[in-house]
Design a protein around this ligand. Structure first.
Ligand code: ADP
Ligand code: MG
Ligand code: MG
Length: 627
């Protein structure tokens, strides 16, 4: 969650004054990194995950601090909410297949480390959204919001007690609202059940909320509703800057697909919603654009009309292969763009950075203003780390041996270490086949954005169709040829394969993941053919089989997504009144069930199969288990 520096943060007035300074020096710092490391080659694959599980315990603990002092095996970071903690492996994984077989054990260790510092009546849960976040009494100790809002920005549901005490987080929360000029407003469509009032309208005590809350929506008014959520992120080191740019582009169209597959967040503020993923909620929760920037008023004091929140999907591809699919209007700071071009940076990279830099700094540390642009990158990271997009292009930090990296950020966190490992291993293997087979998933970014909207809809895995490239075997990196067997088994007579001249067509997640005769080879079959040509020890092969089987069955609908499972749990609860309300009791029972599943005390055959052991490993990866 960006730079955590000891020391005081500036007020919003002071921060505003320094925006131009941070922009100028941030760009300079990027230019310095670029010039120093643009030729850097032959970095090996390293990668790592970040799991952000909340700790829904009875008392607030500065969890990350306790963990930091106790643990040398894992890396712990505080997160936005005091109930949250981010855990990453102590050191990144490497490029061998056997590394894939250490992920789950590492995640289990992380879970055990957190549990070891909790009291007996506390637990840690890897859930994406706490279902009753913002409901009366949802924290312990109880912190009730005052009956009358103390100022125009204060939340009706969340007090600052929920926010981590590190100054970064409170300052971020305050400055987002100051910059926006009005209260955060998040509206999520309510799931319409038999007894849900129609229209569903809530009344609120403050005027701003009454104005902002939409009928038939669950209304939320604080950054905590978004940044208090959790997820699973993956960072990959590429061998060079150009490989990183290629990988960034290729993974971007896969973000909505993996998001839909990992869907895990149907409940908000004690209600059943009509969405399955957190993304749009977080986007709205940190939307610091002014009314002018959002296009609600003509531009007068602001520089740009900005189309998206700071937390949203990417707006441009970075590689020359992606250039022709850049069909979104890219708002950029022209002055900074010129500064980058002058320094010899190419158009695509320069526009990407100049686009990130349309955002103002939100948190500045008093002691980190005058720094050496050759040796430090705080001002660059300031802007970079508050652009929370589906993909992140990460330059090497100065004075480290770290190379050019890309981060894959859409995945929702799953209940168990097994499921989280399955998603991690699936995405790692995707990067391997993309690079080994020189695959090409690029479609126009406007279509990727449409997919991202579809991905968040209720039951998107089974109900939505996604734009996907028909021929993934050509045009990836033209300098290399595609060498993947059977990626091009497309057949224009098939109904799922319309005969127009577009490079893409609408496909189901099942087709994309598992393939369909005559339409698309399928990502898992492609991964399997890659694995057949690799030496993989039998233990690792077995784990990979179990992980890919999970992805396969989630995609086909044979297994439920976490979201679907949570919905069904609520619907079947004896206290549920078919009115879209998730009562305290339902919430409690759900979380106890999640906890028992995560600790391995209960199976959940609707969510995942029991892993098979190596003696049962089929010789054909898609063989007997498929039936
Ligand atoms: P951020 O919060 O900025 O996204 P973190 O440092 O929390 O980044 O985590 C990034 C992930 O990258 C961790 O899982 C870590 O193990 C991994 N990682 C660390 N060094 C490298 C590297 N050189 N290449 C790739 N991944 C790395
Ligand atoms: Mg992190
Ligand atoms: Mg991250």
């Amino acid at each position: 969650m960006g730079l955590l520096v000891e020391g005081a943060t500036l007020t919003w007035e002071q921060t505003k004054e320094l925006a131009e300074y941070v922009h100028f020096h941030g760009i300079q710092q990027f230019i310095n990194i670029y010039n120093r490391l643009k030729e850097r080659q032959r970095d090996v694959l390293k990668w790592g995950d970040e799991v952000r599980p909340p700790n829904y315990s009875d008392v607030y603990l500065p969890l990350a601090l306790i963990l930091v002092t106790r643990s040398h095996r894992m890396i712990w970071h505080p997160e936005f909410g005091r109930h949250m903690v981010e855990g990453t492996p102590g050191k990144p994984y490497g490029g061998t297949m056997a590394d894939l077989n250490t992920v789950e054990a590492n995640m289990r260790l992380r879970r055990e480390e957190v549990l070891s510092v909790l009291q007996e009546d506390e637990t840690v849960s890897s859930i994406t959204v706490y279902p009753r976040f913002g409901c009366p009494g949802f924290t312990w100790p109880k912190s009730e919001v005052p009956a009358a809002c103390p100022d125009a920005f204060s939340s009706l549901f969340v007090t600052s007690n929920v926010i981590n005490t590190h100054p970064r987080f409170g300052t971020l929360r305050a400055n987002i609202q100051y910059r926006r000029g009005e209260k955060i407003a998040i509206n999520v469509p309510i799931f319409r059940d038999k007894n849900t009032p129609s229209p569903f309208v809530e009344t609120f005590s403050d005027e701003a909320s009454s104005r902002a809350a939409l009928p038939d929506h669950i209304y939320m008014d604080d950054m905590g509703f978004g940044m208090g959520n959790c997820c699973l992120q993956l960072t990959f080191q590429a061998c060079s800057i150009s490989e990183a740019r290629y990988l960034y582009d290729q993974l971007a169209p896969l973000c909505p697909i993996v998001m839909a597959l990992s869907a895990a967040s149907p409940l908000y503020r004690g209600y059943v919603s009509d969405i399955d993923c957190r993304w749009g909620v977080i986007a709205a929760s940190v939307d610091d654009r002014t009314r002018e920037e959002r296009g609600l008023e003509p531009l007068k004091n602001c520089k740009f009309r900005i189309h998206k929140s700071r937390y949203d999907s990417i707006d441009s591809y970075l590689s020359i292969f992606g250039e022709k699919y850049n069909d979104l209007e890219l708002v950029k700071d022209e002055k900074l763009y010129e500064q980058l071009l002058q320094a010899g940076i190419d158009h695509l990279l320069a526009q990407h950075i100049a686009h990130l830099f349309i955002r103002d700094p939100l948190v500045i540390y008093a002691e980190r203003i005058e720094i050496d642009d050759e040796q430090e990158s705080d001002h660059f990271e300031n802007i970079q780390s508050t652009n929370w997009q589906t993909m992140r292009f990460k330059p090497p930090p100065p004075n480290t041996t770290i190379g050019w990296r890309v981060e894959f950020r859409p995945t929702e966190v799953q209940l168990t270490d097994f499921e989280n490992s399955a998603f991690v291993v699936f995405v790692v293997l995707l990067t391997r086949v993309i690079l080994s087979y020189n695959l090409n998933f690029l479609i126009p970014l406007s279509k990727v954005d449409e997919n991202l909207k579809s991905a968040q809809k209720r039951d998107a895995v089974r109900q939505s169709k996604f734009y996907f490239r028909k021929d993934i075997g050509t045009g990836g990196n033209p300098e290399l040829s595609c060498c993947c067997p059977n990626v091009n088994n497309t057949d224009s007579d098939n109904e799922e394969f319309n005969t127009d001249n577009e490079e893409f067509t609408l496909m189901s997640i099942d087709t994309i993941i598992n393939g369909k005769e005559g339409v698309f080879a399928g990502l898992i079959p492609i991964i399997n053919s890659y694995l057949e040509n690799m030496y993989v020890d039998v233990e690792t092969r077995c784990s990979i089989f179990n992980y890919l089987r999970l992805i396969r069955k989630r995609a086909s609908g044979e297994l439920k997504t976490t979201s679907c499972w949570i919905r069904d749990f609520v619907a079947a609860h004896p206290h549920y009144k078919q009115d879209s309300v998730v009562s305290d009791r339902i919430n409690y029972d759900l979380l106890v069930r999640c906890d028992r599943i995560a600790r391995g005390l209960e199976d959940c055959p609707e969510l995942f199969d029991k892993p098979i052991n190596k003696s049962k490993l089929p010789t054909q990866p898609n063989g007997p288990e498929r039936s």
